[in-house]
Design a protein around this ligand. Structure first.
Ligand SMILES: [Zn+2]
Ligand SMILES: [Zn+2]
Length: 648
């Protein structure tokens, strides 16, 4: 007998050679119908694989990330089977699961695969799925494997085989299709009930631009038709909320090829939005004891040699700017930290001066390959809401917790209620990738883990994800569509203070080295605004809206009254515009709706005679006529309702 430990801690005994499916059946038949795979001592395996030793055991269903990716990877085999049935002779590269489905890289020779054929392939996949063919695993010798794919004439699989050891090679067969694969897979194709081919794209074999370009077929599958429909609705909604589309429609930002790829131009309305975000954080930072600083956009190469950035990124980054006469070399600033270290050094510091918190909305430039650029989320020039905290080692944990408070305040104020954090630590197997002493890393890692736990943050720990100079805590938010975005980051750094030889005089009158904490709650303003647009679909909270209201005179006759009203609103710090155009009122209202104006004030004869305004509110419609003062207090009430107070 072997001991199987279930996730709830229960230990059950089973005969040696029992399978995940046997265990599922012993619990309930309903459960067994939903089992896609199993996890044995942390490793995902086929539910049909015999288990021969005591283990930690978990059944995987569609609701587990590993279950879902097994489902999607198995679907890639089904896609290949369908394509092979329709186009005999097709050669296959690799077919992995990805975050939203799976793909298979295929080579159809002279033939091309177009979207017109998607429906035919989907139908074939469903027809094959209905046959409930098992994914049958078999171990094969390398010689037999080579023989099989040589006869089939698939040079891609033959190349993959070259990298495999004899004795470790497995085939999986479902229906008439056999693939080289290490698995695992779902029990049979019958689990796949809904199929959608999404797109095709070119993809170089093994990502090498000198190799053959294959066709990458992207698809997604689900265990229920309803789930596919929900997914497609979500995709439509995501498209509607795409920040690149809304940014253009709402005139927030633009790109110009002449200015350069990945270099956003902030238009007046986008700038208003961005400045409001900056001011919001500035005020919170003053209350949290930060001091603002400003540093230049370029700095001498020496600075980055000292910081270590040159050695690490110099070759892969924007190349130096040279002065014509002195032959000096300057780099576009990729980070603000080295500058802040130099500010620290402008005078002697004592233990009483610490922590010193320097904050800057610092614009930095980083080279990204043109293919990687994407709207405001991946750019070549962006502004970080950066700050560096220089503190004593005994203050690290406390400062770290204060930063967590500030980050959570920002999320709350901007309506991101669903957040989690990732603790990124060193890869213990590859310590040479990181600069600095072992004991410093251990201390920093412990401080992060402890403060995140003290603040009750939901966290995951990732090994090998740390920055080269220190461990970090990255915040993730889930938006209105359930998509995950990476936002702010907090990093502990023992290295830069050492490289810049930063010091303070301790209470013992001796010199000591401060610890540095890097932090940016938004991450970058560009990225944050992109996420904010997608999360709100462009319906920003009233206090952030670039334009809060539009005054719409019914005709030219009421221009003077409209101007008078607008002035009163401006005096009360409300913002927007008067629509002076010679257009019908219906048109003016429609345009204000398209521009997502939170409030519209319609003024005509009745309004001007009685000193009133007719108010329309987005999402609620007509609020009726009211005196202007009443409208102003209504607005102020709405704004205050949105504002979350910062607590020390
Ligand atoms: Zn496979
Ligand atoms: Zn920094």
């Amino acid at each position: 007998m072997i001991k199987i430990k279930l996730p709830d801690g229960n230990v059950r005994e089973y005969a040696q050679g029992t399978t995940g499916m046997d265990i599922a059946l012993s619990i309930s038949e309903g459960l067994a119908r939903n089992v896609l795979a199993a996890k044995v001592n942390g490793k995902v395996v086929d539910a049909s694989l015999p288990i021969n030793e005591d283990c930690d055991f978990q059944l995987l269903t569609w609701n587990d990330a590993d279950g879902k990716s097994t489902f999607w990877h198995s679907s890639a085999h089904l896609l290949a089977e369908a394509i092979e049935a329709l186009h005999p002779g097709t050669k296959f590269g690799i077919g992995p699961a990805i975050e939203t489905g799976f793909y298979y890289d295929i080579d159809m020779g002279d033939k091309a695969l177009s979207a017109d054929e998607f429906k035919k392939i989907e139908d074939k996949m469903l027809e094959l799925a209905r046959q409930k063919n098992q994914y049958q695993r078999s171990e094969v010798s390398k010689a037999d494997a080579i023989k099989y794919f040589t006869e089939k004439g698939d040079e891609y699989k033959l190349e993959l085989l070259e990298g495999l050891e004899d004795g470790s090679i497995t085939f999986y067969q479902q229906g008439n299709f056999t693939d080289l694969c290490r698995g695992p897979h779902i029990p049979n194709t019958g689990f796949i009930k809904a199929v959608k081919l999404m797109s095709v794209a070119g993809a170089y074999w093994r990502g090498d631009t000198s190799r053959k370009q294959m066709t990458r077929v992207y698809a997604v599958t689900f265990p229920k038709q309803k789930e596919l429909e929900e997914y497609l609705t979500l995709l439509e909604e995501a498209k509607r909320r795409d920040h690149r589309k809304l940014g253009k429609e709402l005139e927030l930002f633009a790109f110009s090829e002449k200015v350069g790829m990945g270099l956003p131009l902030w238009l007046p309305k986008g700038t208003m939005l961005r400045e409001r975000l900056e001011n919001f954080l500035r005020r919170a930072q003053v209350r949290a004891g930060y001091s603002p600083v400003i540093t230049p956009h370029i700095a001498s190469k020496e600075l980055y040699i000292t910081s270590g950035h040159y050695a690490k990124y110099g070759a892969d980054s924007f190349q130096p700017i040279r002065t014509p006469d002195e032959g000096e070399e300057f780099f576009l600033k990729p980070m603000n930290c080295p500058h802040h270290c130099e500010i620290y050094k402008t005078k002697p510091r004592s233990y009483r001066d610490l922590p010193l918190r320097l904050a800057e909305f610092g614009t930095v430039y980083r080279y990204e390959q043109s293919g990687e650029l994407h709207g405001l989320t991946r750019v070549r020039g962006f502004t970080q809401d950066d700050a560096h905290i220089f503190c004593r080692p005994d203050q690290v944990e406390d400062e770290f917790m204060k930063v967590i408070d500030l980050v959570l305040y920002v999320f709350k104020a901007l309506g991101f209620d669903n957040y989690s954090a990732q603790i990124s630590l060193r890869d213990p197997e590859n310590k040479e990738k990181y600069i600095g002493k072992d004991e410093d890393w251990d201390k920093a890692e412990a401080a992060i883990i402890k403060s995140a736990a003290a603040k009750g943050l939901p966290t995951v720990v990732e090994l090998g994800e740390a920055a080269f100079y220190g461990p970090k805590l990255d915040f993730m938010v889930k938006d209105a569509l359930g998509r995950k975005w990476q936002l702010g980051t907090i990093q502990v750094d023992y290295q830069l203070p050492q490289r810049f030889e930063l010091e303070y005089t301790g209470s013992d009158n001796q010199k000591h080295r401060p610890v540095m904490i890097h932090r940016a709650p938004f991450g970058s303003l560009e990225r944050f605004v992109a996420i904010l647009i997608e999360n709100t679909a462009g319906n920003f909270p009233l206090w952030l809206s670039p334009e809060q209201l539009a005054v719409l005179p019914i005709s030219e006759k009421y221009e003077d009254y409209a101007n008078e009203i607008f002035l009163r609103l401006q005096e009360n710090d409300l913002r927007g515009y008067i629509d002076h155009r010679d257009e019908k009122i219906g048109r003016k209202i429609r345009d204000a709706e398209v521009n997502k104006l939170p409030f519209m004030l319609i003024v005509g004869e009745k309004e001007s005679e009685q000193g009133m305004v007719s108010v329309r509110k987005k999402g609620e419609g007509d609020l009726g006529m009211m005196p202007i003062d009443q409208f102003i207090s209504l607005m102020q009430g709405e704004i205050n309702k949105n504002i979350v107070r910062f607590k020390e």
